[in-house]
Design a protein around this ligand. Structure first.
Ligand code: GLN
Length: 317
């Protein structure tokens, strides 16, 4: 494998296929360690011994290894897509309703909301995602269809779906999200009925995508807000910068500090075992392995990203 040429800023000489192969080999002993999420009953059936990874470069290449084409439930990774749509709908006014600070608490925690009067800490924890979902519901005639169309377009895959069974399984067991949304609504920070907000939220979490889909879909965030295929803006470069900043500081919940330390890249995880990471101006990474660590992040997935960054020298620092 050729090392990155930092003097020219060129990454063209890295053999990404070889790097993914090496990462896969190195993390193999970790695959299956940790626990598959079971609080959403439908997710408990997913086999723990899966591992896939994909990298999509800004010059249009896609590299994959392992189960990179297998679809899984993207769960909280969807919060980045909905944040993108809500920012387009409401602009900077969104920040009157949701903060931009790491929570230091679990993704589904209620504790800060009481003191902070129903203004969630950031858009990448559950409470913040409920407010974001509410913004989209208010600005769109069919929020689910609009989100699906956006994600299909970004991934260049018209076959992406929301899994209705996962959504209803989460709804049936969704006592904590129901509590969060009701609590936020009691402070006047949701305009739509709680049931509608939760229905949209559970469906966004139930998007089924593969690592290859996710790597492609997130390229706009590595490409200063632009679509790699058409060259056209999806969002402004400034907004892309800010979403990346939020992913770095808030994208892996209360493990965000540790994640930045180990991996050094903006990232977003989900309890389905997926993690997406951005190397600005170079590529995106998506990794999937369903068994989670105690913070709810894929155990082997986080290790894979750490090894990828170490082997290539690619990080934002
Ligand atoms: N749908 C999940 C929940 O609300 C998403 C959480 C996650 O992926 N961290 O609990």
């Amino acid at each position: 494998m050729n090392p990155v040429d930092h003097s020219t800023g060129q990454h063209g000489r890295i053999d990404f296929a070889a790097v993914l192969g090496q990462v896969h080999e190195e993390v193999a002993p970790l695959v299956g360690q940790g626990k598959v999420a079971s609080y959403i009953p439908r997710l408990a059936d997913v086999p723990a011994n899966r591992f896939g990874m994909a990298a999509a470069t800004l010059d249009g290449r896609l590299f994959t290894i392992g189960d990179a084409d297998e679809r899984f439930s993207i769960q909280s990774i969807s919060k980045v897509f909905t944040l993108t749509l809500a920012l387009e709908a409401l602009g900077g006014d969104l920040w009157k309703r949701v903060g931009r600070e790491p929570s230091g608490s679990a993704f589904n925690s209620l504790v800060q909301l009481e003191n902070e009067k129903g203004i969630p800490r950031n858009p990448l924890i559950n409470a913040g995602a409920h407010v974001v979902a509410d913004v989209i519901l208010s600005s769109s005639r069919n929020a689910r269809d609009d989100l699906l169309a956006f994600v299909r377009e970004r991934a260049d895959n018209p076959d992406i779906i929301m899994d209705a069974e996962v959504a209803s399984s989460e709804r049936d067991a969704g006592f904590r999200n129901t509590a969060l949304a009701n609590f936020i609504r009691s402070f006047g920070n949701l305009d739509n009925p709680v049931d509608r907000v939760l229905d949209f939220y559970f469906h966004q979490c139930a998007l089924q995508m593969s690592c290859a889909d996710l790597a492609r879909a997130f390229v706009y965030l590595a490409n200063r807000g632009h679509c790699q295929r058409s060259g056209k803006p999806v969002i402004s470069a400034e907004r892309a910068k800010r979403i990346n900043a939020l992913m770095l500081t808030c994208g892996t919940y209360d493990a965000a500090g540790e994640f930045a330390f180990r991996v050094g890249l903006p990232a977003k995880s989900g309890v389905g075992g997926g993690i997406v990471a951005i190397v600005p101006n170079v590529l995106t990474l998506a990794v999937w392995s369903p068994a989670l660590d105690d913070k709810g992040n894929s155990l082997a997935g986080a290790a894979a990203l750490e090894r990828f960054s170490a082997l290539t020298g690619l990080s934002i620092f």
